[in-house]
Design a binder for this molecule. Structure first.
Ligand code: IVH
Length: 712
């Protein structure tokens, strides 16, 4: 320990970590290695763990750890967050400049900035400490997302030189963004676990900010740029240039492309330059913002009720191109949805060559009157999948007939069924397209994880007629595989071996692998730990289906039947609501599903999560605060698996309160009631089976949403 004891050392460590985070996340100029940073971080964590009094709210260890919220608080902004007057045409920009000159004379200057396409946010620093962060909302009030903003590493929890320079109150306006590469990686992760991807980085940023559980936000790669002072207690910097400089000095991330511009000529030059490099930028922008540089002059021109008169957004035209639509093809997905896909003559759109677009559903095709052979305008407005915006009139050119969704499935010939604007192939298991999709899904990473069974192989097995039903996957032998193109002895035996190994699998993987509508990885895990056997899960669904059928035959009211079908037993499972329960029940009740499930169960043995042993039976445990070695929900599951009852509120009946980092009120209540309090080591001891087993911590959290604060 250094001289001065733990308190002094903690202060030193906090200062060092804050400084190196700033160099890493804000300046992009780290001066120490990631390993060294980790070391310092771990030292501070250990110090704080052994001296909990040393934890300060703005300690670098305190970015994650708050309890999930039930709802966001509505908070009024320090000053209204107005929007911007905008246009994609030069004329309104020129008129803006004329108005400024008329009001202020010719001696004016502007600052031009990239217009970041993210989520607008207010950050409030009180005496240099981040005290709250509020989404824009309606401009007057927004939602308090402070805990989520704290997880963004480039947001200083306290301003640099805080003791000397920071005003008592500083309200800032900033944009939360997600870099394009991070956005794509996030979407890949979401898709892999069967969750819907975000349409564009802006939605991803806004959606990530609106998570009630800060640990989810912490696992999302968000970043931020600060660009305006909304309110300040004290003298504001005299110009926008000085403002940006002050923000930088406070350690806040400021976009480095902002610069002064004297007149419309300079503004247009900036716009051209930015548009030129738009596709190479790491983040999405949708234009440039022009602001009067002189802050006093801003007050002179004032504002309307919804935008300031001193600023103007010059927007980029969206990235659009015209090309020819060659062919519309109905594509059958794993769940049977038939989606019309447009195949187009390849065209460059914002740096990517595009040749396919999603036409969504038959009503959309009809509404836009898009036919094969038409000239169409396609757009990529930050969206991953390009859209066909409209067709372009070609007078005198003869057009093809209107496109119609085929009456039969292009893959299996079964009559298709319309559901709202969508179309489904009801032949769930025998339709080759769905069969191949289902086989691929069953073998995917979060399901049975069968190496070598990707999209291509699944398609091949179905196309060659080797597999006609999903369970037949488990009857494959190497000799059959070796007859197929692309298979040699080694690859064939490997695949057969991998399939064989998958005959014993975790219950959650089995449930997920069935491809039940709405059941992704997380829900499957919940179902597994709730029901503990596949049969118990299936029976609960069957009972609900039977209840629904009985209700339907007694009462003619269809709505009552629907209510019964909601499946109360299923709804006791975390994360399952009435609609999801209904989908699960209906799916499992189908005779063809039931048959396939029987056949699969005859071949695959799902292993339940560790059965409730007796070691912790009868104990009532409350968890509070963040844990280091696992997420709270994981800890809860482990405790439950050993027979403990995990509850959310502390009472006299509570056996233990496990207090992690930032424990909150439950800890106070435990102290008041005299309930025994355990730290994380105590929890681990409890889990490993008794007081004698204090060592051997469990595996670290594997849930990406449970990510703790990590070093760079
Ligand atoms: S200044 C009162 N500067 O654009 C005007 N806004 O369409 C304050 N935006 O809601 C805004 N980059 O979220 C300003 N460099 C920038 C910006 C920017 C993006 C957003 C902002 C605003 C929206 C208006």
């Amino acid at each position: 320990m250094s001289p001065g004891g733990p308190e002094r050392r903690a202060r030193e460590l906090r200062r060092a970590l804050r400084h190196h985070s700033y160099l890493y996340y804000v300046r992009n100029q780290p001066e120490i290695s990631d390993e060294r940073f980790d070391e310092l971080f771990r030292e501070l964590k250990a110090l704080e763990a052994s001296h909990p009094k040393l934890v300060t709210p703005d300690s670098p260890t305190q970015r994650v750890g708050a309890e999930p919220l039930d709802a966001f608080e509505t908070i009024e902004h320090t000053a209204p967050m107005l929007s911007l007057d905008s246009s994609a045409d030069v004329e309104p920009l020129e008129r803006f400049d004329e108005r400024m000159r008329k009001a202020l004379g010719d001696d004016i200057g502007y600052v031009v900035e990239p217009k970041l396409d993210g989520a607008s946010i207010e950050l409030v620093y009180e005496s240099g400490r981040l005290s709250r962060a509020v989404t824009r909302g309606d401009g007057i009030r927004g939602e308090g997302v402070t805990e989520n903003i704290r997880t963004i590493h480039s947001v200083p929890l306290r301003l640099r030189a805080a003791d000397r320079d920071a005003p008592p109150l500083l309200a800032l306006r900033a944009e939360v963004i997600m870099r394009v590469g991070d956005f794509e990686a996030l979407n890949a992760r979401l898709l892999e676990s069967d969750r819907p991807p975000f349409a564009n980085p802006r939605n991803a940023a806004a959606g990530s900010l609106r998570q009630l559980d800060p640990r989810i936000t912490a696992a999302r790669p968000l970043d931020i740029y600060v660009y305006d002072i909304l309110a300040i207690d004290g003298r504001p910097p005299p110009t926008q240039q000085a403002t940006l400089e002050a923000l930088r000095e406070w350690g806040l991330p400021v976009n480095d492309r902002c610069r002064p511009a004297a007149d419309v000529g300079a503004i247009l030059a900036f716009q051209a330059e930015i548009e030129e490099c738009r596709d190479d930028l790491e983040y999405e922008i949708d234009g440039i913002v022009i602001k009067l540089d002189d802050i006093a002059a801003r007050d002179e021109v004032g504002e309307t009720s919804h935008h300031p008169r001193w600023a103007f957004a010059f927007k980029f035209p969206p990235r659009k191109e015209v090309t020819r639509l060659l062919h519309i093809f109905p594509s059958v997905g794993r769940t049977g949805v038939v989606t019309p896909i447009a195949f187009m003559r390849p065209v460059e759109l914002g740096g990517v060559t595009v040749s396919r677009a999603n036409l969504h559903n038959r009503e959309e095709v009809a509404r836009k009157d898009i036919r094969e052979g038409d000239r169409v305008r396609v757009q990529r407005a930050g969206d991953v999948i390009p859209q066909v915006l409209e067709r372009i009139e070609e007078p005198g050119r003869e057009r093809a007939e209107p496109w119609v969704m085929p009456a039969e499935c292009p893959s299996c010939g079964t009559a298709l069924e319309p559901r709202g604007p969508y179309t489904f192939c009801p032949n769930l298991f025998a339709c080759p397209a769905q069969l191949a999709g289902r086989i691929q899904h069953l073998g995917s990473r979060h399901a049975l994880d069968i190496e070598g069974l990707g999209e291509e192989t699944a398609n091949l097995l179905v196309r060659e007629g080797v597999i006609g039903r999903v369970p037949e996957l488990f009857d494959l032998d190497a000799a059959t595989l070796m007859e197929l193109e692309g298979f040699a002895e080694k690859s064939a035996t490997n695949l057969v071996g991998a399939i064989h190994a998958a005959r014993t699998t975790e219950l959650a993987r089995f449930i997920y692998g069935l491809g039940i509508p709405e059941v992704g990885v997380t829900v499957a895990r919940e179902l597994a730990s709730h029901f503990l056997s596949f049969e118990a899960f299936r029976e609960a669904a069957a009972a609900a289906a039977a209840a629904a059928a009985a209700e339907a035959s007694e009462a003619s009211e269809a709505s009552e039947a629907a209510e019964a079908a909601e499946g109360k037993a299923l709804q006791e499972v975390d994360g399952i609501g009435p609609r999801m329960a209904e989908e699960i029940i209906a799916f499992l009740a189908r005779p063809e599903v039931s048959k396939v499930v029987d056949e699969l169960r005859a071949r695959v043995e799902p292993v339940p999560p560790p059965r409730a042993g007796d070691t912790l039976a009868g104990l009532r445990i409350v968890l509070t605060g963040g844990l280091e070695s696992m997420s709270r929900s994981e800890a809860g599951k482990k405790l439950e698996a050993l027979g403990a009852k995990v509850t959310s509120s502390v009472s006299k009946q509570t056996s233990y309160v496990v207090a992690g980092e930032n424990p909150g009120r439950k800890l106070e209540r435990a102290q008041t009631l005299g309930v025994e309090i355990l730290d994380e080591a105590g929890l681990l001891a409890l889990l490993s089976g008794g007081p004698g087993a204090l060592s051997a911590p469990d595996e670290p959290a594997s849930d990406p949403t449970a990510s703790d604060q990590t070093a760079p």
